[in-house]
Design a protein around this ligand. Structure first.
Ligand code: NAP
Length: 235
């Protein structure tokens, strides 16, 4: 199961995991057309794709969408990817800009993970990968809301990893740097590239590769870690 799978990183992760042989539950909020395109592409690979449109921050929607499915089965892996930024200096930041950005990364992570976790713990296996950000490690001006959300997600990753590791559930995070998606399309590209040692923005597939690794048996001994996928900009 991947949250925020209709576009960007979530979409690339869904396609990569389908190629690895997983059937996909693809959550998203509103991009129905993009989600149906993803579904068709996944079905071409021979895997199934169940679309789950709901807002990860809405407790009622999460329960209505997931409870019936989770009473039948538990996903092998959960990728908490839904997220967005609303950048502005704190001086000008509205309460809504603070709340919505921290909510989608933290409340969304909490609600969806809590729903899936019990089944994984009972089964004594599962992988959870949280999509954090370099911003949560370094802080960037204009992103006090987003940096707080992603730093919080890293803290939650480590705490939850310690809670459930003995039940066979491995929790890790991936921290992407600047990746080419709609989220970064309005940023000053040349200025950013100048700061990245690898000399380019990342591709969604670069992130999907790290996620697929953390879901694979090659990562059987990796827990509570943050894997940086950032072209060398930090770490
Ligand atoms: P994106 O292209 O804007 O896609 C965001 C996805 O999240 C969409 O599928 C969107 O669904 C979904 N979403 C947003 N709010 C949601 C909600 N409340 N409930 C359910 N789904 C929701 O963003 P992206 O660049 O792929 O980013 C994906 C994740 O990577 C985010 O957590 C982001 O913070 C993180 N990240 C991105 C970068 C980067 O450079 N792009 C760097 C570091 C970390 P709808 O379109 O249907 O609304």
């Amino acid at each position: 199961m991947i949250t925020g799978a209709s576009r960007g990183l979530g979409r690339a992760i869904a396609l990569r995991l389908a190629r690895e042989g997983y059937d996909i539950w693809a959550n998203y909020r509103s991009a129905h057309e993009a989600a149906h395109e993803l579904q068709a592409q996944i079905e071409e690979t021979g895997r199934t794709c169940r679309l789950l449109p709901f807002d990860v921050c809405d407790e009622k929607q999460v329960a209505e969408a997931l409870d019936p499915l989770l009473s039948e089965t538990t996903p092998d892996v959960l990728i908490n990817n839904a997220g967005f930024s609303k950048d502005t200096l704190m001086m000008w930041m509205s309460t809504e800009e603070w709340q919505s950005v921290t909510d989608v990364s933290l409340r969304g992570f909490f609600l969806v993970t809590k729903a899936v976790l019990l089944g994984m713990m009972k089964r004594r296996s599962g992988r959870i990968v949280n999509i954090a950000s370099t911003s949560g490690q370094t802080g960037l001006p204009g992103q006090s809301n987003y940096a707080a959300a992603k730093a919080g997600l890293i803290g939650a990753t480590r705490a939850l990893a310690a809670e459930v590791v003995k039940r066979g559930v491995l929790v890790n995070a991936v921290a992407p740097g600047f990746i080419e998606t709609e989220m970064t399309q309005d940023l000053p590209r040349e200025q950013i590239i100048g700061r990245i040692p690898l000399g380019r923005l990342g591709r969604p597939e670069d992130v999907a590769g790290a996620v697929a690794f953390l879901c694979s048996h090659d990562a059987d001994y990796i827990v509570g870690q943050v894997i940086n996928v950032n072209g060398g900009i930090y770490g």
